[in-house]
Design a protein. Sequence first.
Length: 536
Amino acid sequence: MKVLSGKAAFKGVAIGKVKEFGGKQVEVNRTSVTDVEAEISRFEAAKETASDQLGKLYEKAVAEVGEENAAIFEVHQMMLEDEDYLDGIKGMIRDEQVNAEYAVSVTGQNFSEIFASMDDDYMRERAADVKDISARVVRILAGVEEGGAVMEEPSILVAEDLAPSETLQLDRSKVLAFVTRKGSTNSHTAILARTMNIPALVMVSEAENVDGLMGIVDGKEGKLIIEPDEETLKSYQEKLEAQRKEQELLNALKGRPSVTKDGRKINLYANIGGVEDAEAALANDAEGIGLFRSEFLYLQSNDYPTEEEQFEAYRAVAEKMGGRRVIIRTLDIGADKQIDYFELDREENPALGYRAVRICLNKKEVFRTQLRALCRASAYGRIAIMVPMIISVWEVLTVKEILENIKKELREEGKEVGEIEFGIMIETPASVIIADELAKEVDFFSIGTNDLTQYTLAIDRQNAKLDMFYNAHHPAILRMIRMVVDAAHEAGIWAGICGELGADTTLTEEFVNMGVDELSVSPAMVLPVRHKVVNM
Ligand code: PEP
Ligand code: MG
């Protein structure tokens, strides 16, 4: 038995035979051509066929995995039209008098290496895409049919890397899991695996010479186990069976309201970190987005994201969620979330330092840019704005004033602004104690139990040494949640929980009994929590 480690890209267990996936590689030889113009025309025709194939793949993908995941094929079509790429290929055929297969293959390889060496994660991921489109054109030139590994039986697919188009063309009934030696958890393939609900591992660099062997994928621990011993196999078979039963039960809950037997309704929302996660929220039947951690947009960028970039992201989520509520949290950086271009000073106590709304109220232009983007996006869906790390009423009033000025300014510019609910996060003990006063100023509260626990128990959430003192169910926290809900209801507003505690199904009943109106959890936890609610 061999245990190989990698990174989990999507949860779940799979057991089966391992199949090495090489794609359909065409051996490319360099040959000389005499009629270079005829060779260039042959290339042009193959490029057109490739573009047609991609157009069809796009339509298939839209139907199967949604427009956003399908967009990669549009990107491929655009890359096929890239002037530099085309000039590279044609120039090579002309200058070196070589066959089109060779020119496409070498140019594709060169471009892929350039992309792979870039600093930007997004651009690095394009390396696999340019290889993918070049391989497609080569296949067409060589007259080879499409298709990857032929799998007679459902298998665990192991590959160096998987191109999105290869992933989508696989016979899904035959894929138990994806394992790649390279790849990243943010690659389109990993995103597709999540959308397709298939366990996936990336960066399992030692998964060599495993074709045909028995394997287990543990998508929770990020492990590929090769030729498991009997005991390991048995324990994973039990896990798999439990997983199957659980999923069946949970799927039956899709489309059902989250209502207790005696008729109490809970709004069951999802926490997301980016536009692409909205897909998972919908796939798991979330009734809205309870926390969009907008700082991920800033963390993924090398400079302040522009108003336009943010507007596009917020609008995309709002539109995707249809009329459902989408609560977007304003920038929450500082402490453990550091961003170079903000040039924040080193601090003695960063968790108690310059972070979240404290930064926003100092860097007003940065804050204004985000609020303008949010207000503009509100014309395209049901957007709510939520501010983190509040300790005082004056902070709320100041943010509200800035927000009102921005709405006015946008309307004067002739831009539409929709109805926007305004809420705050309750994640400091101070905000719990003055919740009655804060409640008069806002439309809702969302309790951030991660920080509320850290500040109440005086336990740094990053410090693993304090685990033995950390009690997520500490009575102080549970009493505080009750106090916040009571203060909210007293003022006629609603209160939810968006910290990790909201997904703790051992507490669901207690939360509902306290009168918590909303729980916002990771997409995969929506149905397990609904299961609790409908059975109480
Ligand atoms: C929280 O503190 O509970 C919360 C939801 O915010 P974050 O985990 O992003 O700090
Ligand atoms: Mg927090």
